[in-house]
Design a protein around this ligand. Sequence first.
Ligand SMILES: Cc1ncc(COP(=O)(O)O)c(C=O)c1O
Length: 361
Amino acid sequence: MSRPINFSAGPSMIPVDVLESLAAEMVDYQKTGLSLVEVSHRGAVYNKAHMETIALIRELMNVPEDYSILLLGGGATLQFSMVPMNLLPSGGSADYINSGAWAHKAIVEARKVGYVNVPYDGVNENYMNLPDPKSIKPNSDVAYLHITSNETIGGVQWKTFPESQDVPVVADMSSDILSRPIDVGKFGLIYAGAQKNLGPAGVSIVIIRNDLLKRSTKNLGSYLSYAVHANSDSLYNTPPVFPIWGIKLVLEGVKRQGGAEVIARANKQKAAKLYEAIEKSDGFYRCPVNKAVRSNMNVVWRLRNETLEPRFIEDATNSGLIGLKGHRSVGGCRASIYNAVSVENVDELIDFMADFSAENR
Ligand SMILES: Cc1ncc(COP(=O)(O)O)c(C=O)c1O
């Protein structure tokens, strides 16, 4: 079967072998005669899959022992609320870097819980830039510093991160988790929805330094408490079993490929090729993002003649290249080149872009 190449921002491409494994074992999981999605989440069969998934995250992201790994429902959007509910004490404040649409959403939710300072606001530069990480120095009395490691809509990505001795750094890594090696020990908390680099939608990963669990107060609703989930290995309630199974298969594939370093090399190569094709198009295509912070995951660009963009998207779709429309809030074009997208897939897009520009100059 011929399949289109899927450049969607999320849900997004999942390796075909993972989809095939899910299909092959959907009815009879590991010769149990039952599907993994119909057995008890308290039973041995599911428990093994669940704990192996957590162990794979720990191994592939090199997560230190004093961090808990949580698998939660509700998407990254729930984390916009859970982070301040758990980490922001009453009367305290947190620093949020406003780097784009997703950071902005996190700020809106945090403001419902407590006081938020915005030490850098990218809105003045149309979210096409990021601050120098060294320039971000939170006061020691803020509860945490929140960043968005990769802005899925704007196409900006932190290449190095702000650091602080006293203040935990919290990162929304939804759109670049496991796309490159990360020193987890430099963060207080990392969260990410699964549906870009990790697998099917429906589960989020939270990696939290254990000392921060003390901040989850007893009066929080149980599901909203990181401490509750950490104390029960994310089995406090019924976990999102299907996407967790998908993540497990994706991570097994990442391990076979050689891990985050190998993945990062391919990701850099894909992004470099695509940005180069844009730069070398004599202005037919143009990337508005500051070169130093261009994302290796979400490449955004405009056509010199913006009225041609709908044709570009339509012709691409007809050529089997789907998901290239920019987010409805910003327009233009965007290729999400997450881990599952191969160098060859990006080469096909580049060939199409060259043909389209030759025909429409
Ligand atoms: C960077 C970032 N944060 C948060 C979200 C929200 O994720 P969810 O839809 O899983 O709630 C997204 C979704 O695309 C995202 O790209």
